[in-house]
Write a protein that binds this ligand. Structure first.
Ligand code: KIV
Length: 276
């Protein structure tokens, strides 16, 4: 793992060198610092914020100001990782001009080094406009959570052939269109192995998979899922690497019990008057 700062331009070199890209979501200073010190390549302030931090049923209500607020905290916690901020629902769909203005805020006010947008061919002109303005853009195709209502829920995409939304060829076309429009990397979410492989071989930019197999050039997970902070949510694509919820519950219960039993604070936790 290189100690140098990861920049947008490094991800293509990692793909060329067949070096997997490690990405994770983060929403605040301590976890940004933790993953940065662990050597993560990319920190994404995802609009999954709405679900895992705010407790909402989906990502749609997340605002640009909220992403900016959390991006600022993450920016303070990282020194090495590339910082990418998600563009929330309706912050980039209305017009390319609005997308450029809002992406600019994520860079200026949040300290992001790049933005991420969900969508396919229809979004290509917007991505082109943003990249022409020197705003690095990460794409996101396949299961795009902002399309929850169109998809009829959080459903794996590209399982069936066809050019209709959600069809194998349609997701592939979307990936190619968005790659050609100038994204520097592409999140591929919730697609079968075969489609992830096809996208990764067809597009020149690195693919970063979530629920999209090791055929991608890198992986991203939501931090709450991989650290065991999302109890009751373990879909097939998640691997849980720590059990922080259980540990935190045990800590919380011990603290409450210690206070109730007057075991805390003990002698070593006390201050005394200074003599003299
Ligand atoms: O919002 C998010 O966290 C994401 C990742 C899951 C890729 O888009």
């Amino acid at each position: 793992m290189a100690k140098e700062k990861v920049r947008v331009t490094d991800l293509a070199a990692m793909k060329a060198a067949n070096q997997p890209i490690c990405a994770v979501t983060a929403y605040d200073y301590p976890f940004a610092r933790l993953f940065d010190e662990a050597g993560i390549d990319v920190l994404l302030v995802g609009d999954s914020l709405g679900m895992v931090v705010q407790g909402a049923p989906n990502t749609l209500a997340v605002t640009l100001d909220e992403i900016i607020y959390h991006t600022r905290m993450v920016a303070r916690g990282r020194t090495r990782a590339l910082l990418v901020a998600d563009m929330p629902f309706m912050s980039f769909q209305v017009s390319p001009e609005e997308a450029v203005r809002n992406a600019g805020r994520l860079l200026k006010e949040g300290g992001a080094e790049a933005v991420k947008v969900e969508g396919g061919a229809a979004l290509a002109p917007t991505v082109r406009r943003m990249t022409e303005m020197d705003i690095p853009v990460m794409g996101h195709v396949g299961l795009t959570p902002q399309s929850i209502h169109r998809m009829g829920g959080m459903r794996v995409q590209g399982r069936k052939p066809g050019l209709r939304p959600g069809g194998f060829e349609r997701v592939l076309e979307d990936a190619e269109a968005i790659a050609q429009a100038g994204v520097f990397a592409l999140v591929v979410e919730g697609v079968p192995v075969e489609l992830a492989a096809r996208i990764s071989e067809r597009v020149a930019v690195p693919t970063i998979g979530i629920g999209a197999s090791a055929e991608c050039d890198g992986q991203v997970l939501v931090m709450h899922d991989l650290l065991g902070l999302n109890p009751g949510f373990t879909p097939r694509f998640v691997k849980v690497y720590a059990q922080l919820w259980q540990q935190a519950c045990a800590g919380a219960a011990s603290y409450i019990e210690d206070v109730r039993q007057r075991r805390f604070p003990a002698a070593e936790h006390l201050y005394h008057l200074k003599e003299g």
